[in-house]
Design a protein around this ligand. Structure first.
Ligand code: NAD
Length: 428
C-alpha cells in the first residue's frame, strides 16, 4: 500500500494550529497566518553550454511581512517543491519574530542540482531568478539569502542583476554576500556562537557552571564547529562529535572521554565537515558508529547536522544524565521524541531559537548594507549576544510563568508577535 509522503507544509500548519488553539487566536488571524500572503511560481529559461535552452522552475514565497520585509534563503535542490518552500517561509516568520528582529518570513527555491551545472549556467540561473522577481523583491520588501546549495557567489550575481535592472546600487537587497562585497563580518560564526549564547543562559538558569559540563555534538560543520569553539572557551568539555564520511557513505562518531581537542580535530577535517578516521584513531580518538553521539553520558546534547535525528526509536538511548538539548539543526527532533524530552523534564532550546543567530546576523548585514557602513567583527558579535540573550530570556520567562515547554513558549511568543502586528496594522 502506498504511504502518504511527508509534507513539511502540513506539519508547519499543524504546529501553527496547536499554538493558535493555545492562544485562543481569532479565526481571521488563523486564516491569515496558516497560509502565505504571497507566492510566486515561475519559469527560468537558461541557455545551456551546449546551446540548448533548458527551463527551470523557480519559487518565492512571502509568508508574512507584517513585522518588516520578508527574509529567507533561496535553495537550489532537485527535489524542491512549493510546499517545502511554504513551510520554510512560515518557519522564517516565527524565527524572526522570536528573536524580535523587524523582518517577516520568506523562502525561495529553484528545482535544480548545481553539481550538474557549469559556473556560467549557475550565473544565468541566478540572474534569471532575479529577472522574474525584480519588481516583487527588494531591500524594502523581501530580502533573499543563501540556503542549501547556494553560496555567496550566487548572492553576488543576484545582487548584480537586481542593481542592473534598477539602475542603482542597493546592497541591502540580499544577504550572505562575500565579506568585502557587502557581507558582514561574524556571519560565519553567528549560528554556532548564537547557540552557545543561548546555552550559556540556560545553564545560568539551571544553576550549572559551564566548566562543570560535558557535551556531545552531532555534526562538525559550520554550526557545530563554532558552537564547540565558544562552548569550549566558556569552559565546557566536548567528549564526542559525529560527522558524515563521504568515502564510506556513512556517519561516524569520534570520542575522547577526557575531551576532544577542537583545533586538532579541525586540522584533520575537510571543508564539508568530514573528519579523517585514520588520523583521528592515531590521535587517540575512539571511532564509533555515527549514532553513538546520542548515547554519550553527558550533560548537553547538541544535534547540529540534519533534521529527523532524535526520534522515537533512539530517544531511549539518551542518558539520564542529559539536562539540556540545544538544537543547532533545523527540525532535529521528531514529535515522538519531543514528547519524551518533555516527560523527562529535559531543558530544550528549540531550533528556531537556538539557531536564530544566523538570521540575526543576516539582519545586521542588511542594516550595514542599507547604511553602506560596515561594523567590526566584535561589534557584530556583541550585538548578536544581546539579541540572543534577550530572546532566550523572554522565552524562558514565559516558559516558567505559564509552565510551558520551551518549544511551546517560543512558538507562543513568535506567533503572538506576528498576530499582534497584523491586528495593529488593521489587517484583521
Ligand atoms: P554543514 O554542511 O556545514 O555541516 C553539516 C555537518 O553535519 C557536517 O559535519 C557533516 O559531516 C555532518 N553530517 C551530515 N550527515 C550526518 C549524519 N548522518 N550524521 C552525523 N553527521 C552528519 O551544515 P551547517 O551549516 O553546519 O548546518 C547544520 C544544520 O544547521 C542544518 O540543519 C542547517 O539547516 C542548520 N542551520 C544552519 C545555519 C547556518 O547558518 N549554517 C543556520 C540555521 C540552521
Amino acid at each position: 500500500m502506498a504511504t502518504k509522503q511527508f509534507n513539511s507544509f502540513e506539519m508547519a500548519q499543524k504546529q501553527f494550529d496547536q499554538v493558535a488553539d493555545l492562544l485562543g487566536l481569532d479565526q481571521a488571524s488563523r486564516d491569515l497566518l496558516r497560509v502565505p500572503l504571497r507566492e510566486y511560481q515561475f519559469s527560468i529559461p537558461v541557455r545551456m553550454d551546449d546551446g540548448k535552452v533548458r527551463v527551470f522552475r523557480g519559487f518565492r514565497v512571502q509568508h508574512n511581512d507584517a513585522r518588516g520585509p520578508s527574509k529567507g534563503g533561496i535553495r537550489f535542490h532537485p527535489l524542491e517543491t512549493i510546499d517545502t518552500v511554504r513551510a520554510l517561509a512560515m518557519w522564517m516568520t516565527w524565527k524572526c519574530a522570536v528573536v524580535d528582529i523587524p523582518l517577516g518570513g520568506g523562502k525561495g527555491g529553484v528545482v535544480c542540482d548545481p553539481h550538474n551545472l557549469s559556473q556560467r549556467e549557475q550565473e544565468q540561473l541566478c540572474r534569471g531568478w532575479v529577472r522574474q522577481l525584480a519588481k516583487n523583491v527588494g531591500p524594502l520588501s523581501d530580502v533573499p539569502a543563501p540556503d542549501v546549495m547556494t553560496t555567496p557567489q550566487h548572492m553576488l550575481w543576484m545582487l548584480d542583476e537586481f542593481e542592473v535592472i534598477h539602475g542603482a546600487k542597493q546592497p541591502g537587497f540580499i544577504t550572505g554576500k562575500p565579506v568585502g562585497m557587502g557581507g558582514s563580518l561574524g556571519r560565519t560564526e553567528a549560528t554556532g556562537y548564537g547557540l552557545v549564547f543561548a546555552l550559556r543562559e540556560a545553564l545560568k538558569e539551571l544553576g550549572v557552571q559551564p566548566a562543570s559540563t560535558t557535551a556531545s555534538v552531532q555534526g562538525f560543520g559550520n554550526v557545530a564547529q563554532y558552537a564547540i569553539r565558544l562552548y569550549t572557551q566558556i569552559g565546557g568539555t566536548v567528549t564526542c562529535v559525529s560527522c558524515w564520511d563521504q568515502t564510506d557513505q556513512t556517519s561516524y562518531a569520534f570520542r575522547k572521554k577526557t575531551g576532544i581537542d577542537f583545533e586538532q580535530l579541525l586540522g584533520i577535517t575537510d571543508h564539508f565537515g568530514g573528519i579523517d578516521k585514520k588520523k583521528a584513531k592515531d590521535l587517540g580518538y575512539d571511532v564509533l558508529p555515527g549514532d553513538a553521539w546520542i548515547e554519550e553520558e553527558v550533560d548537553i546534547l547538541i544535534p547540529s547536522a540534519l533534521e529527523n535525528q532524535v526520534r522515537g526509536d533512539n530517544i531511549g538511548k539518551v542518558s539520564p544524565k542529559v539536562k539540556v538539548v540545544a538544537e543547532g539543526a533545523n527540525g532535529p527532533t521528531t514529535p515522538e521524541a519531543d514528547a519524551e524530552l518533555r516527560q523527562r523534564g529535559i531543558f530544550v532550546i528549540p531550533d528556531f531559537l537556538a539557531n536564530a543567530g544566523g538570521v540575526t546576523c543576516s539582519y545586521f548585514e542588511q542594516v550595514q548594507s542599507n547604511m553602506n557602513y560596515y561594523w567590526e567583527k566584535d561589534e557584530v558579535l556583541g550585538k548578536l549576544d544581546v539579541k540572543m540573550t534577550s530572546a532566550f530570556a523572554a522565552v524562558s520567562e514565559l516558559s516558567r510563568r505559564q509552565k510551558l515547554f520551551m518549544r511551546d513558549a517560543a512558538y507562543v511568543i513568535a506567533i503572538s508577535r506576528v498576530a499582534k502586528a497584523c491586528r495593529d496594522r488593521g489587517w484583521v
